[in-house]
Each structure stands twice: as C-alpha cells, then as structure tokens.
Design a protein around this ligand. Sequence first.
Ligand code: SAH
Ligand code: SF4
Ligand code: F3S
Length: 451
Amino acid sequence: MQNLYIKTYGCQMNEYDSERMADVLAVSHGLHLVDDPVLADVLLLNTCSIREKAADKVFTQLGFWRSFKERRPELVIGVGGCVASQEGERLRRRAPYVDLVFGPQTLHRLPDLLDACLAERRPQVDVAFPMLEKFDHLPQRPGRDGATAFVTIQEGCDKFCTFCVVPHTRGREYSRPMPDILRETRTLVDQGVREITLLGQNVNAYRGATGLVGEGGLADLLARLARIPGLLRLRYTTSHPSNLDDELIAAHANIEILAPHLHLPVQSGSDRILRRMHRKHTVEQYLDKIERLRVARPGIQISSDFIVGFPGETDADFAATMELIDAVRFDQSFSFKYSQRPNTPALKLKDSVPEAVKDARLAVLQGRINGLAQGYAQALVGTRQAVLMTGPSRRDPQQLTGKTACNRSVNMAGSMDWVGQMLDVEITAALPNSLRGRVVHAAPASQRLAV
Ligand code: SAH
Ligand code: SF4
Ligand code: F3S
C-alpha cells in the first residue's frame, strides 16, 4: 500500500478534516497523497449530508469506485464525513463493497481501522462521537506550501435549527483549548501561511480553555492569534447571529488583521419563518447587530446563507427576505432550496412549497444578490486594496492570483516570489467571478476597504 486518494464534498470543515486524514495516514502507514484515483491503493470519500443532492452524490461516486474494486479487489474504500455519521452500518447495506466507515469525530482512528480491516479481512465501522479525542490524537501538521490555511477551532452544533442535519451528524458543541489552536497556528505561520480561517459549524459559539484559569470566547482567541508575528490576516466562519456578542463586535474594531468581512447566515427575512426554523433571532435583532458591526468597522462586507421554500413560506415571507436583502445589501452569498433531511424536526411540517415556486424564488433571490455583489466588485475598480498573494492563477499560470480582504480573487502580472506577501494592488477591472489588478508597489498594505 502506497497511495491515498481523498475526494471531499461539503463544507470547509470537511476540507480541513480531509487534510488531517492524509496527515494521520502518512504518519501511520506512509501513505502518499495522489491526485488521480486510478493510482490509489486507498480511496477515501469525505461526505456531506446537508441537502439531499449532496447525499445522493455519495452513492453515485461510490458506484463508480466499485468498478475499480472489481478490477483490483485489494483496493480499500473508506467513507467518512456526515453521510457516514448519519448512516453508519446502513451505508454498507447500500454499498457492501465499502471497507471503512468513519465519522467526523473518529477520523483519527483511521490507522487502527485500516489495520483491523487488513488483518481481519472484514469491514470496519466506527461513527461514534468521542468529542474530546480527535484533536489530541492528530499529528503535528506537516510542511505545506500555500499562503492560506484553515484551522478548526470548534466542532458540532447545539442549535438544532429545525431544517438542519448538522447537530445529528457532527454531534454536540466542543471547543478546542486555546493553547492547541495557538500552537497549530504558529506551526502554520512558520511554514509560510499568512492568512488563517478559523472554522466551526458555530464558530462564534467558541468557548475554550485559556490554558491558565478559566475559558475565553472567540474575541479573546482572535486577540491572542493576532499577536503571532508573521500572521497577516484572520477570518472565521460560520457564525450564528445569536452568538455575535458585543465583545466580538469590538474585536472587529480593535483587531487590525481581522478581515473586514463577515459571513453571518440569516436564512430568512421573515420572523414567522425564523421562528419555525428555530433560529433564535429576529430580523430586527439581526439588523441591529449589522448596524453595530458597521459602526465598529466601517466598510465591513456582510454575506449570508438563505433557504427559500421552507415549509409554509408564503409570498409575503419571501418578500420580507428580499426586503432584508435590500436593507443589508449583502455581498456574495449562498442560497438553497429547502431540502428535507433525515431526523430533523422540520420533517413534521408539510413541505408545502411547490418545486416550481422554490425555483422561481431562488432565481429572484440569486439575481438580486449577484447584482449587489457585482456592484461591490465594480466599486472596487480604481481603488487600492491589500491583496495577499496566494499563487499562480488557475486559468493562466503565468499570472499571479491573490485575495482581497473581502475574499475576492484578483489576477495580475507579477512574480511568484511574491507569494505570501500582502501587497498594494490597484483594481483595474471587475469580471463576473474575479477582479483584475496591478501591483502598485511591493510594500505591505493596510486592510481597510476603500468602498
Ligand atoms: N452553521 C451554519 C450553517 C451550516 S449549513 C449556520 O448556522 O449558519 C450551511 C447552510 O446550508 C445553512 O446556512 C443553510 O442555509 C443550508 N442548509 C442547511 N440545511 C438545509 C436544508 N435542509 N435545506 C436547504 N438548505 C440547508
Ligand atoms: Fe445547522 Fe442551525 Fe447548527 Fe447552523 S446553527 S449548523 S444551521 S443547526
Ligand atoms: Fe455537510 Fe457535514 Fe459540513 S453536512 S456542510 S459536511 S458539517
């Protein structure tokens, strides 16, 4: 066994977990990550269950890998992530050729599962929730190239929104102790990482041990991370509006390297629907927090997630969502048609909105958000932005790509030696999915948005 291939669906937390699966199997079995599944001896699928379509993709992909295994019976196929957690043993009933089933909280046990599978010549399933274990059993992060990285600081969710499968697949809330997070971040910065995105399904519910006495919240953690020399930019995602407290709002005013961009999912602009979703916040409370954020950090960009067609959503409820969009003027956001998920309370509500109505609402909402996002991009043309150089452009490897504070890609002419530096860039054009720019001079720039 030499080569490992991992395919990842779902959120950034899954991306982080996939990296850690590769780390742990490199140490235990000397497995080398390859980017062609045909070359692999171990194939892992890290899955997502957030919507029906995401979960369906899993079985299509596994069906495809089954044909590999028919040709090479010694091939090991493993399934991790949220579908694995949700289905457990049942997954093997639908896909009996799968050898390993593990959950987001048991990925550190992969080496043992793999050994047991090879020794006993039978499949292994472990989708338990030993919350306190995972992070204590993962190796130090190995050398990596790249100017940006994710660090998971919080797992699970206790909010139980009525539509959402996450509390059932990732378990209850757990926060990593601050010293662990600081250590991991310092290692990454030593390796050349300049921008860190802190991850959690409910990242602003973070409450972790400080290492001395007591616990601290996300604002406290951000302040400590901001003191790491060499770290140029911090972000965190995804936040819940009810956990955005005064301390965190103040952090946006006081911590210079905290990007002036916040993803704060609202889901709906109707209080009636928010109640049925069990979101624990009203439209007014949401607007009040946005207003205070904008006072604390002028120019901060706000993005969101939206669900259209939640059971019982009327034309008036949808109109309220569109009104909220106009009031907040959201930047690039995600929006989805409501999808029924196993074990969620919303299953008891009748999925009453016809598919065609969901489609129509989604199109209207996305049209409006795209218009706003394009407006923000246009407003950047002619301004100077602090851009972190991340590597060659995917489309044209002769070009350099970087990221603005508001999380937009900028392509420009430049030297690959600049990767990892934050430079002053004049934005020269706004294309539908990216910006074009020109490096003004190779001196580190301020992060403040000039919109
Ligand atoms: N913890 C984050 C979101 C996690 S899931 C939060 O609370 O905002 C990412 C997004 O998927 C959600 O914000 C929601 O918009 C969407 N989503 C979750 N469950 C869904 C469902 N059953 N149908 C449609 N969209 C869903
Ligand atoms: Fe799901 Fe709600 Fe938890 Fe977000 S806060 S992960 S939407 S239950
Ligand atoms: Fe999907 Fe699980 Fe992330 S359901 S969105 S992979 S937490």
